[in-house]
Design a protein around this ligand. Structure first.
Ligand code: HEM
Length: 416
């Protein structure tokens, strides 16, 4: 049954609207058969597990190769792959590396960094919307290729100090790694994960070259700081700096694009909210929070393991079991949210699971929020009479990082 369940969750036929499937899943908060993962679908159970120290994110505890999304498990055979980044580590290594990575990014050492990027982000948004206008073709605009993809990619490149012109190179590696997030029950176990391993190795070698350069001639970018910083936790080893920067590059690449695209799709389906946003850009703050609940770009976390027997909703999950936490299902749990299938930015309480929770909660959250708020408020303000050309739009294959591959719209003009 779990293989059937697993197939249903990753079945492309459910991509445009996975929510009826999640509603079905919530009838059994913990679903499982003989050998597959335990699938957890209700809000409070997911929330508790994300805070439970008996749950591990460490890649070496994963039994199934398909459960190693960012290819974080070490390649013991050749020793050539990167070691796991902190997403895939438990305390104390997770905490040490996250603390070190945070020094150049957030409080207490760099409390202004994200806020100070605001003008730069605003300039990028303006430039991209101007370019749409300059094409002269407003009868068919692809909001993914022309806006939602290039924006966060440029932002993460600038933050890290990765040359934007190298994007076509690492786009391929990032896409391969993102695709490997989807566990494939039919994969040949000897081959599965090989593409991701190769992509990760190439990305590692590419970043190694940049880090080497920055060690010799540091700049103000995060790569330089990760490579040269020497704080209370000491310095990162070269391998730690490499896997951390690979994690930031991918995480900052493949998620925000879906938040912006899911956001515009949702707003175009709710023209009353779009109109309110056009008149009041401040509404972008609750809109983005409600989007992270209603259409979360990370739908599920397929990479947790139990370190001991744990009882969840009356089911004993044994030590060493693999867990899938369906964040997007928890976000629609009627036991937690009133009218959960309603998109309502006026909700008084939007404590969603869209950015995770607990010690692994999203590191880039302040940046992701700021990018999405700016992007959506400017698109709402500048696009005249925007309308969807395809509903639902074509989705990416990926079930874990879910979002449209293209979002074709038309509009009557672009305001200055
Ligand atoms: C809308 C955009 C984003 C969404 C929806 C998102 C979502 C998430 C989620 C759900 C997790 C938890 C993973 C887990 O518990 O296993 C996470 C972790 C993480 N995110 Fe994001 N993310 C976004 C943007 C970003 C950006 C822009 C960055 C980088 C600047 C980033 C960096 C990270 C990192 C490094 C982690 C690992 C944290 C840890 O293990 O302590 N994310 N993100």
């Amino acid at each position: 049954m779990t293989q059937a369940l697993l197939r249903e969750i990753i079945d492309y036929a459910n991509r445009a609207n996975p929510y009826p499937l999640y509603e079905e899943l919530r009838k059994t908060p913990v679903s499982h058969d003989g050998d597959g993962p335990y699938v957890i679908s209700t809000y409070y159970e997911i929330q508790s597990l994300l805070h439970d120290p008996r749950i591990s994110s460490d890649a070496k505890n994963l039994k199934s190769t398909g459960d190693d999304p960012l290819g974080q498990a070490e390649d013991e055979g050749t020793g050539t792959a990167l070691p796991p980044a902190f997403l895939k580590l438990d305390p104390p290594d997770h905490d040490r590396l996250r603390r070190m990575t945070n020094r150049p990014f957030g409080p207490p050492h760099a409390p202004h960094r994200v806020h100070d990027m605001r003008d730069e982000l605003g300039g990028l948004v303006t430039g991209l919307i101007d370019s749409i206008s300059e094409t002269g073709n407003l009868d068919r605009v692809d909001l993914v290729d022309q806006f939602a993809y290039p924006f966060p990619v440029t932002v993460i490149c600038r933050l890290l100090g990765v040359p934007r012109e190298d994007e076509p190179k690492f786009h391929v590696w990032a896409d391969t790694l993102a695709a490997s997030l989807d566990p494939d029950p039919d994969a040949d176990p000897t081959q599965h994960g090989k593409g991701a391993m190769d992509a990760r190795m190439e990305l590692g070698m590419y970043l190694a070259g940049l880090i080497e350069e920055r060690r010799k001639k540091p700049g103000t970018d995060m790569l330089s700081q990760l490579a040269t910083d020497d704080g209370p936790d000491g310095s990162m080893t070269t391998m730690e700096a490499l896997s951390t920067s690979a994690l930031l590059l991918i995480a900052g690449h493949e998620t925000t694009v879906n938040l912006i695209t899911n956001g515009m799709l949702t707003l175009l389906r709710h023209p009353d909210v779009l109109k309110r946003l056009r008149e009041d850009p401040g509404l972008s703050v609750p809109i983005v929070e409600e989007l992270l609940r209603y259409e979360p770009p990370v739908q599920l976390l397929p990479q947790r393991t139990t370190l001991s027997d744990i009882e969840v909703a009356g089911v004993t999950i044994p030590k060493g079991a693999s867990l899938w936490l369906i964040l997007a299902s928890g976000n629609r749990d009627p036991k937690r949210f009133e009218n959960p299938d309603r998109f309502d930015p006026d909700r008084k309480d939007i404590q969603h699971l869209g950015l995770g929770s607990g010690i692994h909660s999203c590191f880039g959250a302040p940046l992701a929020r700021q990018e999405a708020q700016l992007a959506l408020s400017e698109l709402a303000r500048r696009l005249e009479n925007p309308r969807l050309l395809e509903d639902p739009p074509p989705y990416r294959q990926n079930a874990v990082l879910r979002g449209p591959r293209h979002l074709p719209i038309a509009c009557d003009g672009i305001r200055p």
